[in-house]
Design a protein around this ligand. Structure first.
Ligand SMILES: Cc1cc2nc3c(=O)[nH]c(=O)nc-3n(C[C@H](O)[C@H](O)[C@H](O)COP(=O)(O)OP(=O)(O)OC[C@H]3O[C@@H](n4cnc5c(N)ncnc54)[C@H](O)[C@@H]3O)c2cc1C
Length: 385
């Protein structure tokens, strides 16, 4: 087999899921993660439909994922007095199987760590393609050459920047920001969601951290400065009703904050030479609940095609692109911001109505299921669980 050494940047979901398959196919895998240790934060993420279940089954982790699932529950949309206006059913929020992102990341890491090399607290600083490999320099580790490099390092991908060009060329801001904050408050079950035009807060339920989505002009901020992000949130949620002042007081003391824009990735090709993108780095994350399923299916296809092509990256990357591009269109075109934080009172009422009308809700679920299953999964050499 050709191209047997693979460097993956990013140890969240896409990176370790790819490592899982590459190890099984006999590749030597190194994963480099910028954070000093595995990042376990985030809400619950979900898997929907037959395709996601099949891939988890073939990975041999479906039972573990089921064991760890949160058992997704309904969420009440409340008014300023806490009265229930509508109920978002658990099947809509949590898909078929809902699992805390941190639990899934940990499971994938645990399964792969004994058979590959994880480097935490480091980041790639340059990629130079030579005839038969990619010469890589790092912030801390010594330079090395790998046959192939995979950017599984999220929407602000470092690999995409180094191999394809600056983020501004590929990432399109969708007019909303979101944040996940460990507040330590207990709002119990079911979870509650409260809207005012252009702003949403969700608390309680199995999706533990408080969840914020708000409409905004582009904001200039440091992605690694949590205190600055708390101030931006504070400003965005000033004067909001219901129990939001109580939530915001807890945000000011929070130690963990995950703050990002809702953005699409628009890129003509997922690969350039020996470098390929996977997960949010390639498809984007529009918060429509598809990011994790896409990452896991993408990892399955990319590794499977590399194995099927005997390591020939040209053949494998082209086939990966052919299969994944149409499947990932929901991430490229979707925008959950307007749905979660509608801009006007009328739009909030219309959104709530979706959950009261059996017909509209059934339609919404049908569309969701179609996006999750719209790919013909191939069977690859070592697919058996
Ligand atoms: C801490 C965290 C919390 C999240 N919470 C939610 C959530 O609540 N709901 C939701 O829908 N989605 C959440 N996401 C996003 C979700 O994980 C993805 O949409 C989806 O699972 C696809 O994952 P990914 O592995 O492609 O990208 P991501 O999950 O974004 O992971 C990218 C990884 O690359 C790492 N990385 C970044 N830069 C570098 C670099 N220079 N070098 C090496 N590594 C780098 C990051 O630290 C991260 O571990 C979260 C992501 C993270 C990292």
């Amino acid at each position: 087999m050709r191209n047997t050494t693979v460097l993956i940047s990013g140890a969240s979901i896409a990176g370790p899921a790819l490592a899982h398959w590459l190890i099984r196919y006999g590749f030597a895998v190194t994963v480099v993660e910028r954070a000093p240790s595995l990042r376990l934060g985030g809400q619950a993420v979900d898997f929907k439909g037959e395709t996601h279940r099949t891939v988890l089954g073939r990975m041999g982790i479906l039972d573990d994922v089921r064991r760890l699932q949160t058992g997704g529950s309904d969420q009440e949309i409340v008014d300023a007095d806490g009265r229930t206006l509508a109920v978002m059913p658990g099947e809509f929020i949590g898909g078929d199987i809902e699992i805390l992102r941190g639990d899934l990341a940990h499971l994938l890491y645990e399964r792969t760590a004994p058979a590959c090399e994880y480097i935490f607290g480091d980041s790639i600083t340059s990629l130079t393609e030579t005839g038969d490999g990619v010469h890589v320099t790092f912030e801390r580790s010594a330079p090395r050459t790998f046959d192939l490099v995979v950017g599984a390092d999220g929407i602000h991908s470092n690999v995409r920047r180094l191999a394809f060009g600056p983020e501004e060329q590929y990432v399109r801001f969708l007019g909303h920001y979101y944040a996940l904050v460990e507040t330590g408050l207990d709002f119990g079950e079911p979870g509650k969601m409260y809207n005012e035009p252009g702003r949403m807060v969700a608390v309680g339920g199995p999706k533990a951290p408080a969840f914020f989505v708000f409409a905004s002009e582009p904001l200039a901020y440091d992605r690694y400065d949590i205190e600055q992000q708390k101030k931006l949130l504070d400003r965005a949620y000033a004067g909001m009703g219901w129990r939001v002042p109580e939530v915001m007081a807890a945000v000011r003391n929070a130690r963990e904050v995950y703050f990002d824009s809702l953005s699409q990735v628009r890129i003509d090709r997922y690969s350039r030479g020996r470098v390929v993108l996977l997960g949010d780095a390639a498809y984007g994350n529009t918060l429509a609940g598809f990011g994790t399923g896409l990452a896991v299916v993408g990892a399955y296809v990319l590794a499977g095609e590399l194995a099927a092509a005997n390591g020939d990256h040209r053949v494998a990357f082209a086939e990966y692109e052919r299969q994944m591009r149409p499947y990932a269109k929901i991430a490229k075109n979707g925008n959950a911001g307007a749905f979660l934080a509608p801009a006007t009172p009328a739009r909030i009422r219309m959104r709530n109505w979706t959950f009261k009308s059996g017909l509209l809700f059934a339609l919404l679920m049908k569309v969701t299921d179609k996006f999750a299953t719209d790919i013909d999964l191939k069977t690859y050499p070592a697919t058996v669980g």
